[in-house]
Ligand binder design. Structure first.
Ligand code: CA
Length: 227
């Protein structure tokens, strides 16, 4: 274990799940701190300044969304939410309240690790205020508003570009439909169907195989993520 291993605060009231998380994260050389209530979580946050919070939404003493707001008030630490299968509404609300991502219980170790790495990277990218994004053959330059795939300049409509810009600014994070409607249309009441149409057009232009996208991924019932 190295001295600069990321520290992860596990907030979960069920001891068997807490133990599973501790073992899974420990095996990947993350350092862990544990809290079983919202009050313990806020104390641990102040004392240990973790690099990431893994947060069960169903805690005995505090509503998960209230806790997300309080963690956000304390600082920009990434939050990955643990939620139940099928509870799409809770995930969306958690993401809109400031969570970075979610993992559905029961989760696999690989998926958990991927989401944690993405959230840690997302935070690094925000700290660096990186204005370019490169992945495979795709390159987006937010300063010059240029999009290239390989050697080819891609021309996007203003809405297509605005959607891609949001995805680049928050690369790795799941953006909810509501977030994209608010930032791109300036109106959360717009039918998400419009968003689907524009995302389809965007994929036609930036994906090598639009039917099996590698950059703009769909999170069913929730939103989109750029990887
Ligand atoms: Ca619980």
């Amino acid at each position: 274990m190295t001295g600069d291993a990321a520290v992860i605060l596990i907030v979960e009231d069920e001891p068997p799940i807490r133990r599973l998380l501790r073992m899974t994260l420990g095996a990947q050389d993350y350092r862990t701190i544990e809290a079983s209530t919202g009050a313990e979580a806020l104390t641990a946050l102040r004392h240990h300044r973790p690099d990431l919070v893994l947060l069960d939404l169903g805690l005995p003493d505090v509503d998960g969304l209230t806790l997300i707001s309080k963690i956000r008030e304390a600082g920009p630490v990434p939050i990955v939410v643990l939620s139940s299968r099928g509870d799409e509404a809770a995930k969306v609300t958690a993401l809109d309240a400031g969570a970075d991502d979610y993992v559905t219980k029961p989760f696999g170790a690989d998926e958990l690790m991927a989401r944690i790495r993405a959230a840690l990277r997302h935070r690094l990218q925000q700290q660096g205020a990186d204005r370019t994004f490169t992945s495979g053959d795709l390159r987006v330059d937010l300063v010059r508003r240029l999009v290239r795939r390989g050697q080819e300049d891609i021309r996007l409509s203003p809405k297509e570009y605005d959607i891609l810009e949001q995805l680049v600014i928050h690369a790795g994070k799941v953006l909810t439909h509501r977030h994209l409607l608010r930032e791109v249309w300036r109106d959360e009441s717009v039918d998400p169907q419009y968003l689907r149409v524009y995302v389809r057009q965007l994929r036609q232009k930036i994906e090598a195989e639009p039917s099996t996208p590698r950059h703009v991924l769909t999170e069913p019932g929730i939103g989109y993520r750029l990887v």
